[in-house]
Design a protein around this ligand. Structure first.
Ligand code: ZN
Length: 285
């Protein structure tokens, strides 16, 4: 048996199974302090009768550099108490198993690439649009890590000429993409989530247009074949179709190969992240 943990700001999803495709049991616990949350997770895994390896698909920012002394740690986060938390080390010590560690979105991207909507692609990006906006990129089967991990949500989109009053809510950049199009940005600006705003409301096209800029930029930079839009905001009715439409408008027929480029919903539904965590575990066996 192998185990997986998908960590998030509000919940941890835990799973055990014989492979990423065969999850036998899962459990969800609320995210509290690192001490409480990690101890409860370890207790659950211990009660499952033992695992050979664990995969952790974590919220970021996190240190993914295997040669670093702080590999497997959360770096600077506004989440209270979690800055500097040695997540991978904690599990490795308490469960005495090898641990794979990556970001939640890289995990989701790996899962969608190997088992989900991207099964026939050589490259795939997974973007989550929810409490924040983050993205992971898989090229030829490998999640891309550079000096750190890709962020994607903090790109600076071009503001529409008639949309310059809202300052954006990113504490670092104001009107970066996350500051304009994440769930909290939508609520700060229009007082309701995108799913709760009527379909004729301007918010739908505004948000789609900003997300389309990320899709267009990603394709222009990497020629990625598949972009998956996941997360709570992406589930708003009609949003995916609007993003596709707006991305095509931005391209203006210029970039080559767009017939083989797709913007899609997650093939694994809600399970991309935890399946990715299980894949990180399988890689350790
Ligand atoms: Zn930002």
């Amino acid at each position: 048996m192998i185990g997986g943990v998908e960590t998030g700001g509000t919940k941890f999803v835990l799973a055990v199974g014989t492979s990423p495709e065969n999850i036998h049991a899962r459990h969800v616990i609320p995210t509290r302090s690192p001490q409480e949350t990690l101890a409860e997770a370890v207790q659950w895994f211990t009660g499952q009768g033992g695992i050979k390896a664990l995969g952790i698909a974590s919220f970021g920012p996190a240190d993914l550099n295997r040669t670093s002394l702080t590999w497997g740690h959360i770096t600077n986060t506004p989440k209270a108490g979690w800055s500097g938390c040695d997540i991978a080390g904690y599990f490795a010590r308490h469960l005495a198993v090898p641990c794979g560690f990556d970001t939640d979105v890289n995990g989701a991207a790996l899962a969608e690439y190997h088992l989900g909507a991207g099964k026939n692609c050589a490259s795939l990006a997974y973007i989550t649009v929810g409490t924040g906006i983050g993205g992971g990129l898989v090229l030829n089967g490998q999640a891309v890590h550079g000096a750190a991990h890709p962020e994607m949500g903090h790109i600076v989109p071009r503001r529409a000429a008639d949309d310059t009053a809202f300052q954006g809510i990113c504490p670092h950049h104001g009107d970066c993409l996350e500051g304009l199009a994440s769930g909290p940005a939508i609520i700060a600006r229009w007082g309701a989530s995108l799913s709760d705003l009527p379909l004729g409301h301007e918010a739908h096209n505004r948000v789609a247009a900003y997300l389309a800029q990320l899709c267009h930029s990603l394709y222009a930079i990497s020629a990625v074949e598949m972009i998956i839009l996941g997360g709570g905001v992406s589930k708003a009715p009609g949003l995916l179709a609007r993003v596709r439409e707006q991305a095509a408008l931005l391209n203006r027929g210029y970039l080559p190969g767009t017939a083989r480029h797709h913007i899609a919903a997650p093939g694994l539904g809600e399970d991309s992240g935890i399946t990715g965590a299980m894949m990180l575990a399988a890689n350790q066996v």
